[in-house]
Design a protein around this ligand. Structure first.
Ligand code: ADP
Length: 421
């Protein structure tokens, strides 16, 4: 069997977020870490190729994305989905515009759409302006992002600065009228020389109407929200079997390198509930991996163990002052990923990882190349199943980016695996 929808994501946890939305809309999804070597699994409707191309030089992002495109097309993809962040994270040099235009050229596709709208996570687009919750993008905190500061909420202007072709708008009044009106507007814009249209969307209903209008378009670009309206174009509807994973087994462990507010609350809730937890001190990492594993070994049989470097802003600042922010991050990621590997070697087969960068490091340490996407624990965070040299019998893993998840996320996640789906 060949895949129907081929996806290219510009970062790792964003790929999981997209795959999770596709699974919830009825597709069986697999996430590949980088461009795969072999063929996709027989029963996958979609493959999301996870790149790390958001902030690398535009030419490299284009080359990697074209590589992914070749693989996806070789395995039958009928439509390509280029996924970026729901806060449109990019610089004036790209990489959203250059990658979208390179994919259009390679596909011979003269027109596509772009929208980061994801109402379930409070990202909406109105008259081309991106809102994060109740405020415009440039007042959401994103204006201070260290790598991709977003200072203009007008996405037509932002995308135009990155594109050679003309950028236009399909506004909410057109979207509200449904697929035929959206089609008509797409044709009109194309006639007027526009090659990419930002699309307004305020609700899931808007995204479903948009999805219908996108049937047959060779390329779609967006955050993960557009995905909720696409699987029905192949006659797929939400069904439990799309999210089925093998039965869980083995020990339970959590590794947390996220210092985000939500993770703080999750770590505190786990400890308050009596969970076995051990903090990692970034200034004392010398034999930290061995001591953490020696601590964990006798406890794993009794329930989940948590190893964490999660700390408050003052503690992080103090560590960064001593080690430098980048060096501290690398050291902690290296230690936590070795601990994750060690925990799996000790029999952990249900592993939660908190932190986007931390997840990347752990997946690498575990030599995971492919993840089967299962049911979500909270929006954007599904349980996944992987096989790797570290766990040839299979491993359940959930990768939580910093601010996702309710306070009881850790307990809730394991409880889900107790129930058959
Ligand atoms: P999030 O998804 O919350 O942003 P990430 O894992 O992406 O989490 O990023 C957290 C970064 O902070 C990682 O590079 C991690 O190694 C680093 N880090 C974790 N704990 C500490 C700490 N106590 N002091 C300094 N840096 C830390």
């Amino acid at each position: 069997m060949t895949i129907k929808l081929g996806c290219i994501a510009d970062d790792f946890t964003g790929a999981t977020d997209l795959a999770s939305n596709l699974v919830r809309a009825g597709m069986r999804a697999v996430q590949a870490i980088g461009v795969p070597d072999g063929a996709p699994p027989d029963d996958a409707d979609t493959v999301v190729v996870a790149l790390k191309s958001r902030t690398i030089p535009a030419a490299d992002a284009v080359a990697q994305s074209l590589d992914a495109l070749r693989w996806l097309r070789a395995h039958g993809a009928e439509q390509i989905y280029f996924k970026y962040c729901s806060t449109f994270d990019s610089t004036p040099a790209g990489n959203i515009g250059p990658v979208a235009e390179a994919l259009m050229q390679a596909l011979g596709c003269p027109f596509t759409i772009a929208t980061p709208a994801f109402p379930d996570n409070r990202r909406t687009v109105f008259k081309g302006h991106l809102f994060v919750g109740d405020v415009l993008l440039n007042e959401s905190g994103m204006q201070h992002h260290p790598l991709t500061p977003m200072t203009d909420p007008n996405l037509v202007r932002v995308l135009q600065a990155q594109c050679r072709g003309r950028v236009g708008l399909i506004d909410h009044r057109t979207v509200a009228k449904g697929a035929p009106a959206i089609h008509e507007r797409m044709a009109e814009l194309q006639q007027a020389g526009v090659s990419i249209a930002i699309v307004d969307a305020l609700s899931n209903d808007d995204l479903v109407r948009l999805g219908k209008a996108l049937a047959g378009l060779p390329l779609v670009t967006g955050g993960s929200g557009v995905a909720i309206g696409l699987p029905q174009n192949w006659g797929m509807a939400r069904k439990r079997s799309a999210e089925a994973l093998p039965a869980a087994h083995g020990r339970r462990a959590i590794v947390s390198g996220s210092c985000s507010a939500a993770t703080h609350r999750q770590v505190a809730a786990f400890i308050a509930a009596g969970g076995a937890a051990r903090a990692l001190d970034p200034l004392k990492l010398d034999d930290a991996v061995d001591t953490a594993l020696a601590w964990a070994a006798p406890r794993l049989a009794d329930g989940p163990v948590l190893v964490y470097s999660t700390a408050d802003a003052a503690q992080v600042k103090a560590v960064q002052g001593r080690l430098g922010a980048a060096h501290a991050g690398e050291m902690v990621e290296a230690a936590l990923s070795r601990i994750a590997r060690g925990l799996v070697d000790l029999g952990a087969r249900q592993l939660l990882v908190a932190g986007g960068e931390t997840s990347g490091a752990c997946v690498q340490a575990l030599a995971i190349k492919q993840l089967r996407i299962g049911p979500h624990i909270d929006p954007g965070v599904p349980w996944c199943h992987a096989t790797s040299a570290a766990a040839p019998d299979g491993l359940h893993v959930a990768l939580k980016s910093g601010n996702f998840g309710t306070d009881d996320f850790f307990m809730k996640a394991f409880a889900m695996l107790d129930r058959p789906h």
